[in-house]
Design a protein around this ligand. Structure first.
Ligand code: PHE
Length: 378
């Protein structure tokens, strides 16, 4: 009799306990990372993946989220609208993912957000700065789409004011890829703020993503002789334009945005130039210095802004799921709206458009090195 009772007790334990929280036996919670791991801006994707994986590794070691381990699915979405949409469909339909961290590039994050909204899941972009990532065409906020970075109206204004007030720039030439949401948006926001602050845009020239030879538009820049050459594109294109401008003897001070942030930025092509960014490794705040140390130990490299924002985005997402208490993307989005965070890239809360309110850093390329110049609060 005793023996039978014992067997019964063991059976009950085997059947019931895992279902009500025996750790280790619970199914993993899946999070997808969509980032460009090949092509022109591959360093963006590598840093993003590494930042997210580091945050998840730490959280898994501390017991995971909702008592579940986190499993990551990484897809190369190539900074490209079509690739991002098919990667999203794959991770949602085949892998059953409810949460996406990505994309990096605004022009991929915008179409991705439409899939996310149609399929009822959750997205946080670490780094996409164009306003349309979180806001629909009719002006409403996309309920399950968030970001971890500031937006380009702020970034463009910070750059324009800095150029006018700190560098004393009076005239600027702006070159842009009009087919890229991020580049076009940042160019427009810069121009608007630069003119509002009394500056004059004397050259406004567009090119396409395929262009390699910029001599025709650089001839116009040379003739106009502006104080500043504003280049709001990604590092791969900036490397080309910067080198060709220097070859032509253009002496305008170059300036750009977060797209310059890469270990593959050709510092000689943009020597003396400034760019706005999300954070600086030289920031003495302990959050930054501890993270830089941790990242170096893990990967043997200094984290760029992409790695940092990816790490922060993963923390935002994991904390929001934990706080919500269940794996439910709509409920997680609702909870997140009211949360505040002390992150590596700064302390944040969300505004009504799901944008964090936070400072920008101004960096300069000096003697081939990137130095911290200033931090500007909204
Ligand atoms: N802000 C860029 C975009 O929206 C992406 C980016 C962020 C690139 C940070 C470099 C560094 O497309």
């Amino acid at each position: 009799m005793r023996k039978r009772l014992l067997i019964l007790a063991v059976l009950v334990a085997l059947v019931i306990l895992p279902a009500c929280g025996g750790s280790g036996s619970k199914e993993a919670l899946r999070i997808a990372i969509l980032a460009p791991l090949s092509g022109d801006v591959a360093t963006f994707g590598e840093s993003t993946r590494d930042g997210v994986l580091l945050a998840i590794k730490e959280r898994n070691a501390a017991g995971g989220v909702l008592g579940r381990q986190i499993e990551t699915i990484v897809e190369d979405s190539q900074c490209n609208p079509e690739a991002a949409v098919s990667a999203a469909n794959k991770v949602i339909d085949q892998d059953g993912v409810n949460y996406i961290i990505g994309e990096v590039c605004s022009s991929a994050s915008i179409p991705l957000s439409e899939v996310v909204m149609a399929k009822g899941i959750f997205q946080i972009s670490p780094t996409s700065t164009n306003p349309s990532v979180t806001v629909a065409e009719d002006g409403t906020t996309k309920s399950r789409v968030f970001r971890a970075c500031f937006i380009d109206p702020f970034q463009g204004t910070v750059a324009a004011k800095f150029a006018r007030e700190q560098v004393g720039v009076q005239t600027a030439a702006v070159l842009l890829d009009q087919g890229n949401d991020y580049v076009r948006g940042l160019a427009e926001f810069f121009k608007e703020a630069f003119e509002a602050n009394g500056g004059e845009v004397v050259v406004w020239e567009t090119y396409t993503a395929e262009d390699q030879d910029f001599s025709a538009i650089l001839t116009k820049v040379k003739a106009a002789n502006p104080d500043m050459l504003y280049l709001p594109d990604y590092y791969s294109t900036v490397n080309l334009i910067g080198a060709q401008a220097k070859e032509k003897g253009i002496e305008a001070i170059m300036m750009g945005g977060d797209g310059w942030d890469s270990p593959d930025l050709d510092t000689s092509a943009v020597e003396g130039g400034y760019f706005t960014n999300h954070y600086s490794v030289d920031d003495p705040r302990p959050e930054v210095q501890n993270f830089v140390k941790l990242y170096k130990e893990e990967y043997g490299a200094v984290p760029d802004a992409l790695a940092t924002l990816a790490y922060d985005a993963a923390i935002i997402l994991m904390d929001a799921i934990e706080e919500t208490g269940k794996d439910d993307p709509a409920a997680v989005a609702k909870t997140l709206e009211g949360m505040t965070f002390d992150l590596v890239s700064g302390s944040i809360s969300y505004d009504a458009k799901h944008n964090p309110v936070k400072s920008a850093a101004i960096l300069q390329v000096e003697d081939g090195k990137i130095i911290f110049v200033d931090s500007i609060a909204p």
